[in-house]
Structures are given as structure tokens and as C-alpha cells.
Design a binder for this molecule. Structure first.
Ligand code: GTP
Length: 383
């Protein structure tokens, strides 16, 4: 394959310009998401750096070699910032180090005028930055189900390319008059760079999109105050749990919790402390919840759970929760909970019906003085 360096150069400028425009709009459309902001900055810096490198054809040295490469290093730094922000880390100063190092090295004529030395250093810096990106991405492997492996693949190819370049780029100045990239190997560098920026831009857009989807899904299924499941999530998941119980022919239990005299806690200690109590109660239940059980906040001070357990076992569990609640004192506030539950071995019994029956039991727990566990008796007599 005969690759023409000038054609590739025009392609690279066009691709970088086009991707920068896409990224500017994506950045604005995402309410100025800083991950996209730094990706955008990185693309624009690369565009300018590539353009400056072409000034070699006019016989210039300082702009392409010093300024162009400093901007290229800063472009890598921009990517590093984008990935750091994506991982929830602060940006720090590490993103400036590559550019600073290059600027310092340019003060040494032995480096500044030596193409082999420049190629070697640029490869090492690229490898270090790419390793940092791979490491940051690795930290998000549990959450990025769709984009993790494509992004890893892309970064590894980039890393291996620069590793190979250390050995394959003879750093012999191109005999072409006004060669854009410097050495005869530049044609491959430009080609790889085009493919890398295209791949990386769309990968970052996909990563940000996936992160947004995860956040929306989380918000739609969780209670914002306590971060436990909400009613929708509980009902969605209950179907799966009930189906499994049916398959394994084991009983399941619907449990309703209602904190006692919660209004008076709010009145005495303030709404914020009331919130603290709600969060504490969720922590208490989550610690005791069986692995296959689900627990959710239905609203206000009302919570519900489904556990794969028959009545006798469920009774013991509810009592454990009740006593643990009684003993828990967030900010020295004492509070208690009333619990109603209904269990069934009946394979046709639905969770929502059991929950309505648990509500009747809860009503009895409240009427009998609160801080109690009550079972829905009629149903338990049937099963
Ligand atoms: N702090 C706080 N309070 C809430 C929240 N949601 C609902 N509440 C309060 O919870 C209280 C519920 O009061 P009630 O329904 O009268 O129940 P109660 O005082 O717990 O009485 P019993 O249930 O009969 O023991 C109300 O004062 C609501 O304002 C919340 O997210 N945070």
C-alpha cells in the first residue's frame, strides 16, 4: 500500500476539524460536561499541533518541533483530565507535565536538533499517557459494561503502536521535499493518529452516554435520600424473586415497615435529623437483609421488603430488625418501627396482594401500641 503523506495530512486536518466541531456541540448539549470539554480541548490542541508540524515544509524548526509538540503533549494531558474527571478524580497538574518536559528538553541543542532523540522521547511520553488512560479506564470496568472493552482495545493498540515505533522508526529524515512529519515513518504515525482520534472521540462519547444512562437508570430505581431501592424497583424485582421461589418451591414473605411517631421526631429534632433517622433505618435493615431479599422505601417513613422465607423465619427476621432499630441511636435519637408481614407458600400468590395483607398486619401493630411485629394471621392460617 502506497500512502501519500500529503493526502493523509489533509485527511487528518479534516478529521480533527470535523471531530472538534462534533465535540463542541456534544459538550454544549451535555450542559458543559467537563469530560467532553477536555476531550474537545484535546482535539483542538491536536489540530493546531498537526498544522504546526506541517510548517516543517517551509523550513521552520521552532514552531513544529517545540510549539507543535508541546501542544501535542498538552492534548494528551487534556485526554488525561477527561479520563480523570470520568473516574471522579480531580485534575491536578499531571496533565501539564508532558508539555513542560518537552519545553525543558528543547533548551538542549543535543535534543532539539536530534530527530532520533525526539522520536524516542515522544514515544515514551505517549506510552506513559496511554498507560495512565488504560489504568483510569480499568477503575471503571465494573460500571462500563458496553464501552469498557472497545475503549481498552483502542488504547492498547495505540500503546503498542508507539512501543513498536521506538524500534521501527529509524528516525531518518524524510527525503521528500518539505516532508510534513519529519521521518520516513511519519506516514504511519499520521495514519494511526487519524484512526486513533476517530476511535477515541466516538468511544468517549459512548462512555459519557453510557454513564448518563447508568445515572438515569439509578435515579429511576433508587430513593434519592436513602439510596435504597424505590417502589418501582421493588415491584420489578419482586416478580423475579417470586418466580424463583415458585421454581424452587419455597415460601416468600412481604414485609411492611412504618417508623413510629415520625412526625414528632421531625417536630422535636428538625427535618434534617428526621432524614438522618430514615437513612439510619435503611442501614439497619440493609445490614440484616438476606442476600436474596430486596428492601425499598415506598415513601415518607414507610418501607417494604420481600424475603424468600416462610412465616416462622420471617417472624424472626422482622424481630431482629425491630430490635436493631430500637437499639440504634443516630445522633442519640431513639426511634422505633412497627412491622407487618404476610407470608405465603401458595405459588399463585402475588407480591402486591401479600403486601396489602402485610398492611393490615401493620395496622394491627400500630393499633396495639407500636414497636411491634404482627403477622397477617388469616393467610398464615391458610398456608
Ligand atoms: N424528615 C423527613 N420527614 C418526612 C419525609 N417524608 C415524610 N416525612 C414526614 O413523616 C411524617 C409522617 O407522619 P405520620 O404519617 O403522621 O406518621 P407518624 O408520625 O410516624 O405516626 P405513626 O405512623 O402513626 O406512628 C410527616 O410529618 C412527614 O412530613 C422525609 O423524607 N424526611
Amino acid at each position: 500500500m502506497n500512502l501519500d503523506i500529503y493526502t493523509l495530512f489533509i485527511c487528518e486536518l479534516y478529521v480533527l476539524g470535523f471531530l472538534s466541531i462534533i465535540m463542541v456541540f456534544a459538550w454544549m448539549g451535555s450542559q458543559y460536561d467537563r469530560v467532553l470539554g477536555f476531550t474537545c480541548l484535546s482535539l483542538i490542541l491536536t489540530l493546531v499541533a498537526v498544522f504546526l508540524s506541517s510548517l516543517r515544509s517551509m523550513g521552520l524548526q521552532f514552531l513544529p518541533v517545540a510549539v507543535g509538540n508541546i501542544l501535542m503533549m498538552l492534548a494528551y494531558g487534556g485526554l488525561l483530565n477527561a479520563f480523570r474527571l470520568f473516574c471522579g478524580k480531580s485534575i491536578g497538574i499531571s496533565w501539564l507535565l508532558g508539555g513542560l518536559l518537552w519545553a525543558v528538553l528543547c533548551f538542549f541543542p543535543a535534543f532539539y536538533f536530534s530527530l532520533p532523540k525526539r522520536v524516542f522521547v515522544i514515544c515514551i511520553i505517549c506510552i506513559i499517557y496511554t498507560c495512565a488512560l488504560i489504568h483510569l479506564l480499568w477503575l471503571k470496568r465494573a460500571t462500563l459494561k458496553v464501552t469498557f472493552w472497545p475503549a481498552q482495545l483502542l488504547l492498547w493498540i495505540h500503546l503498542l503502536f508507539h512501543l513498536a515505533r521506538i524500534f521501527l522508526d529509524s528516525a531518518a529524515a524524510s527525503p521528500l521535499k518539505g516532508a510534513i512529519g519529519g521521518s520516513t515513518f511519519s506516514v504511519y504515525v499520521i495514519l494511526e493518529s487519524i484512526l486513533f482520534v476517530i476511535g477515541l472521540t466516538f468511544t468517549i462519547l459512548a462512555m459519557v452516554n453510557e454513564r448518563t444512562q447508568i445515572a438515569h437508570k439509578h435515579a429511576s430505581l433508587h430513593d434519592p435520600l436513602t439510596n435504597v431501592w424505590n417502589r418501582r424497583a421493588l415491584f420489578n424485582d419482586s416478580e423475579r424473586i417470586v418466580a424463583r421461589c415458585r421454581r424452587q418451591n419455597i415460601a416468600f414473605t412481604a414485609v411492611l415497615f412504618d417508623l413510629d411517631h415520625f412526625k414528632s421526631i421531625n417536630d422535636r429534632f428538625g427535618h434534617q435529623q428526621g432524614d438522618r433517622v430514615l437513612i439510619d433505618f435503611c442501614e439497619v435493615v440493609q445490614q440484616l437483609l438476606p442476600k436474596e431479599g430486596r428492601f425499598a422505601r415506598l415513601g415518607g417513613e414507610e418501607f417494604a421488603a420481600i424475603i424468600p422465607a416462610p412465616a416462622a423465619e420471617a417472624w424472626l427476621w422482622c424481630e431482629r430488625v425491630r430490635l436493631a432499630t430500637e437499639n440504634s441511636q443516630p445522633d442519640t435519637i431513639n426511634y422505633t418501627v412497627s412491622i407487618g408481614f404476610a407470608s405465603s407458600n401458595d405459588s399463585e400468590r402475588r407480591f402486591d396482594i401479600l403486601l396489602a395483607l402485610a398492611d393490615e398486619a401493620l395496622y394491627r401493630a400500630k393499633a396495639s401500641g407500636r414497636n411491634r411485629t404482627e403477622q397477617y394471621l388469616t393467610l398464615s392460617a391458610v398456608i
